[in-house]
Design a protein around this ligand. Structure first.
Ligand SMILES: NC(=O)c1ccc[n+]([C@@H]2O[C@H](COP(=O)([O-])OP(=O)(O)OC[C@H]3O[C@@H](n4cnc5c(N)ncnc54)[C@H](OP(=O)(O)O)[C@@H]3O)[C@@H](O)[C@H]2O)c1
Length: 179
């Protein structure tokens, strides 16, 4: 398994080209990598380096990955899963966590745009592409993904669950979350 730095576009492009050169294809892209910086920091104290770092990883990272790996998604029923967060919900906005929350809100927008784009482009499977955001509930502290959450994600990837709402911002059961 090759390690990938999602801020390194050259490295991402090289890995995608390498796999393509080997005739490899993919059925799913899962963008999971993210950082949570400036936890609880208010706007008056915000260091914009934290904004830049976070956007670079949490938003531009998935965009770079999709940019270079989309051509490898040749399965008729492809999936792109961008792991988002409830923190990216505008409806449930809270003060603090500016870099993280804003990066996830923007990621949700990217996901929606991608959903429209992929639907238009891959007409053969336009009805069954959950380009979705999934919030992984891990509670207050880091822990392994619970088996039922993992199963929910697999069901979305393998189309046993299809998000039904307009916005592709869903939880692991495929249910709409508040955008
Ligand atoms: N934990 C929660 O409660 C929670 C809630 C809602 C949403 N989420 C979302 O779920 C996803 C996973 O969260 P988590 O709690 O498992 O986070 P985590 O334990 O901090 O893991 C984040 C992963 O991202 C990787 N990463 C960071 N910068 C990277 C880069 N530039 N290139 C490639 N990989 C990079 C890290 O790799 P290294 O370890 O090598 O740095 C790490 O494996 C994230 O998208 C997060 O926003 C988590």
């Amino acid at each position: 398994m090759a390690a990938l730095d999602v801020t390194d576009e050259e490295g991402i492009a090289a890995l995608a080209a390498n796999l393509q050169g080997q005739g490899r294809t993919l059925g799913v892209i899962i963008n999971n990598a993210a950082v949570l910086t400036a936890r609880d920091t208010q706007i008056e104290e915000l260091d914009f380096q934290d904004m830049l770092t976070t956007m670079n990883i949490n938003l531009y990272g998935p965009m770079r990955v999709v940019k270079h790996f989309l051509p490898l998604l040749t399965e008729p029923e492809l999936s792109i899963i961008n792991i988002s967060s409830e923190a990216g919900s505008i409806t449930n906005a809270y003060s603090g966590d500016y870099p993280y929350s804003i990066s996830k809100t923007a990621l949700n927008m990217f996901t929606q745009q991608l959903h429209v784009y992929v639907k238009e482009r891959r007409f053969k499977c336009s009805a069954c592409i959950p380009a979705g955001c999934i919030r992984i509930w891990a509670g207050q502290k880091r822990q392994r993904i619970r088996p039922k959450v993992l199963k929910g994600i697999l069901d979305l990837i393998e189309k046993r669950t299809t998000p039904e709402g307009h916005f592709m911002f869903v939880d692991y059961t495929g249910k709409d979350m508040k955008i």
